[in-house]
Structures are given as C-alpha cells and as structure tokens.
Design a binder for this molecule. Structure first.
Ligand SMILES: Cc1cc2nc3c(=O)[nH]c(=O)nc-3n(C[C@H](O)[C@H](O)[C@H](O)COP(=O)(O)OP(=O)(O)OC[C@H]3O[C@@H](n4cnc5c(N)ncnc54)[C@H](O)[C@@H]3O)c2cc1C
Length: 464
C-alpha cells in the first residue's frame, strides 16, 4: 500500500503516509480496502447505481474494537467518514468521495431471546436475515418492506413497515443500542443510560456515531392476512379516494398502502396493499371492502407467513438500477392531491417509477423520540427508477415536478430516510426532516460530536 490521498472533513485533500495506513490496517481484524485492491470496486458500490463515489479507504470492521479503531483513526486524521449499514440510502450517504467508509456489512450477528421477546442484531444486518431469525420463534418487530434494506439506517431515521400501525415505527421498538461515538468510546445507550442520546438516535439518523448493535422488543406475529389488490388505472381516482376513506377508518391491527405502478406487460394499475396482524377471520371481515370495491384485475390478498409478505416487494426495487426519491408527509389525502398524482402518473417518465401512499398513524403516533412526524397520517413516497444513467435528468425532473405540485397539500415535513440527493436537497430539506426537534438535536450533536465527524448523512450541525 503506497502513500494515500484522502479527503478531510474540511473537504480538502491530504496525504496519509504508507506507514500510517499500514499500521491502521494491522490494527483491524476485518479488511481495509484501498483503490489498488481487487475488491475495491465491489466495496465502493451501493444499492443505487446513480451514486458513483470513490472513497480512499473502506474499513470493514469484524467487531466493536475495529469500529473503535476506525473512528479513532478518522478523528485523529480529520478524515471525511461515511458509515454504511445495508447500503440502501437513496442519497447514497453510506459512501463518500475520497474519505473513509466504515462498512458494517461483516457485522451480521443476530441473537433472539425467545423468552423475553427481545433480539440483539449487529449494525450490518439486513431485514431479510432479521425477519428470518425472529420468525423462527414466531416473533417480529416493525421493519422495512424490502429484505435487502439495512436495519441500521432505517431504524435510526424512524422506520416504516407493515407492522407499524399496530407496533409503531422500528425505532419505537428499540430497547438499547451499542454506539461508538466520535471520541471512540463505546456507550450502551437506552432509556436509562444516556436517555437524551437515546431520544436523539431514534429519528436523528446517523448523526451521533456508529451503532454496532441494536436491541429490539419483539412481538408474537403469526401468519398475516396480506397482499395487493390491483385495479385498472382508469379507476385510479375512485380507487385512491376509496383507499383514503378505508384507511382513515382503519383498525389497530391493519396497516395499508396504496400506489400507482406499471405491470411488466406495461399496464398502468392502482395497487392497494394491506397487512392484517390478528385473527385471520376477523381480518377477512375487515379487508372485505378492499376486495369488493370495483372489479379487481387481481386479488392477491391471502394468509401468508410474515417473511413472505416481507419479500413481496423484493423484485420491484432491484439493486444497481438508477433511483431518485422524494416524499411528503400528509395529514390527509385530499381530492386535489389525488388528481395531481393520477394526472402526473399518466405521463410517468419510466415504467419502473412508483408513487405510493404509506400509512402512518396508529401506534406510530405515540412514540416520544426525535422522529418528528407523529401527527402525519401518510407518507407519500415518490420513487423514480430507470436503467440508463443517460436518462437521469428526465426522470429526476418528473419526480421533482410531482413533488412541487403536491407541496400545498403536504405538512412541509419529509422523512429523513427519503431525502433524495444532498447536492440539491440541502439545508431546508434537512430542517424539514427533523422539524421542531432540530434545535434539541443540534445541542445533542454539540455534546456528542462537536467536530461533526459524522457529517456524511442528513447532517445536523453542532451549535456554536
Ligand atoms: C428498496 C428500498 C425499500 C425501502 N423501504 C423502506 C421501508 O419500508 N421503510 C422505511 O422506513 N424506509 C425504507 N427505505 C428507506 C431506508 O430506510 C433508507 O434507505 C435507509 O437509509 C436504509 O438503511 P441502510 O442501513 O440500508 O442504508 P445505508 O446506505 O447503509 O446508510 C444510510 C445512512 O444510515 C446511517 N447508518 C447506516 N448504518 C449505520 C450504523 N451502523 N451506525 C450508524 N449510522 C448508520 C448513516 O448515516 C448512513 O449514511 C427503503 C429504501 C429502499 C432502497
């Protein structure tokens, strides 16, 4: 390994001597990957192929000690740092240009305590593995709807999922985390230890350090009554109005989504998705109106294992396609907002793009954490997806135009995990993500990360 050009937190380049890098490499149990290594191109990749960054070093910790070494090394040399869990950030914040990536993907341990209904999972775990392990004991907690998404980024931003209406956000089910802070210390953070920091971690994103493991509360979850019902696009307005009325009168055990998509045979359709967690007969009764509204093109709702539901969307968002995303929180779905979404979707720029309403509310309203959008009843997620990088401008424009048109009908808040790209979704979107909690989060940031080492994220600036 030769001398290495690296980017610092100030955004300027400096050179690390070969001996310094070698000593760092020898201090780690896990690999340290540099641009000269064969594995470098794979190591720098993230899920969204629209993100193409070249870090100077990628450290893959094998345990907590490696994370502490990596954080100390970055601190000592003032390196720009990105922390990567499942690599699913739309904005690609898990990889930086020129700095050090701390890639948690080797830390995948999961231990379920079936008696106390708890699980401890390391910072590189993805939801597919998490659900598989917890469901082996008939347990689960709210988690992301794509098995390839990391538990880390999703939980730290809040965490929507099919169990949300009943059990709250993923972060509402956190019991504690092991966190390596900017001073290189590992702290066990919970309601009783560093409770202020615990509040901030649950919604404050990756601003406060590297989480080496998460401990969650689990719930008994058996087969669920779940799936999609598809209606023709010609009925889109009526179907979304029906969805609005149905979901606003919904039951504690039912979480619902609705979206517009293009099928593989190029038909535009409306999809209404449900997940009922409770006695199946009662679920059948509750979801009957979804099946009865109009004449469905397809009714895929059926009892299924929770793990089957969790992989239902798997093929809709494959890794290494091009993506761009924006969102709005809504307190209600107005007729005007429906008209705008439907009319805009009629001229969607890519058949892979999907706008959908994700239900908030229920238990998601109750937590007391840094997640700032408890009063919202829906998150309207606008995901553009395409294959040819040369077409990016067109698809990004389609998304931005829809987002702009919907602004008057939204709360003004956005979900920290859905912010599109740093270069254009700058400071005002970050304020919109943390809302009225921003100042309290900035004070916590000043206390635990005064030099803003963890800045390659939806960044909260230290005060002063
Ligand atoms: C296909 C797809 C489906 C999704 N579905 C959902 C969904 O159902 N519900 C939902 O709420 N969101 C969903 N999301 C959004 C998701 O929450 C974010 O993309 C989230 O950032 C993914 O976490 P990650 O660990 O995979 O991301 P990464 O790209 O690895 O990390 C993103 C950021 O999280 C922080 N971070 C990651 N790991 C750590 C760690 N160990 N310690 C400290 N900070 C860390 C860092 O700041 C990092 O920049 C989805 C995203 C995709 C692409």
């Amino acid at each position: 390994m030769a001398d290495l050009r690296v980017t610092t937190t100030r955004g300027v380049d400096t050179v690390l001597k070969e001996a310094v890098v070698t000593a760092f490499k020898q201090s780690l149990r896990g690999p340290l990957i540099a641009p000269s290594d064969d594995s470098y191109d794979e190591a720098r990749r993230v899920w969204n192929a629209n993100i193409d960054r070249r870090p100077s070093l990628v450290a893959c910790p094998a345990g907590v000690a490696d994370v502490m070494h990596a954080v100390n090394f970055a601190h000592e040399h003032h390196l720009l740092v990105a922390v990567r869990g499942g690599a699913h950030s739309f904005a690609g914040t898990g990889v930086c240009h020129g700095g050090l990536v701390i890639d948690m993907s080797l830390m995948k341990g999961i231990r379920v305590d079936p008696v106390r209904h708890m699980v401890r999972a390391e910072g590189g775990v993805k939801w597919g593995a998490f659900d598989r392990e917890t469901q082996a004991f008939g347990l689960a907690t709210t988690g992301g709807t794509d098995p390839d998404t990391g538990i880390a980024g999703l939980t730290l931003g809040g965490g929507f999922g099919w169990l949300g209406y009943k059990y709250g956000l993923a972060c509402d089910n956190l019991l504690s985390v092991d966190l390596v802070t900017a001073d290189g210390q590992m702290r066990i953070v919970s309601d009783t230890e560093y409770p202020d920091l615990f509040w901030g971690l649950r919604g404050g994103g990756g601003n406060f350090g590297v989480v080496t493991s998460f401990e969650y509360r689990l719930h008994p979850v058996g087969p669920v009554l779940a799936g999609l019902v598809l209606y023709p696009f010609a009925q889109a307005k009526e179907a979304l109005q029906f969805y609005r009325d149905f979901s606003s009168a919904t039951h504690e055990e039912l979480t619902t989504y609705a979206g517009l998509l293009t099928t593989p045979d190029e038909a535009k359709v409306v999809a209404i998705g449900v997940c009922y967690v409770g006695p199946l007969a009662e679920g059948e009764r509750l979801i009957a109106p979804v099946r009865r509204f109009g004449l469905p093109l397809e009714d895929q709702i059926r009892p299924m294992a929770y793990t089957a539901l969790q992989s239902l969307m798997d093929t809709a968002y494959p890794p290494r396609n091009q993506y761009y995303q924006k969102d709005h929180f809504l307190r209600e779905i107005s007729d005007e907002a429906i008209d705008i979404v439907v009319e805009h979707f009629a001229r969607v720029s890519s058949p892979l793009s999907i706008p959908f309403f994700q239900q908030s509310g229920g238990a998601m309203r109750r937590g007391n954490t840094a997640y700032a959008h408890r009063a919202a009843l829906y998150n309207l997620v606008l995901t553009a997806q395409w294959l040819d990088p040369g077409e990016s401008e067109r698809h990004v424009r389609w998304t931005r135009e829809l987002w702009q048109a919907l602004r008057p009908y939204a709360t003004g808040g956005v979900y920290v995990n859905h912010i599109g790209r740093e270069d254009e979704d700058g400071a005002d979107q970050i304020r919109a993500a943390y809302g009225t909690n921003y100042q309290r989060l900035a004070e916590l940031k000043t206390q635990y990360d005064p030099t803003n080492l963890f800045r390659h994220n939806q960044n909260i600036k230290p005060t002063g």
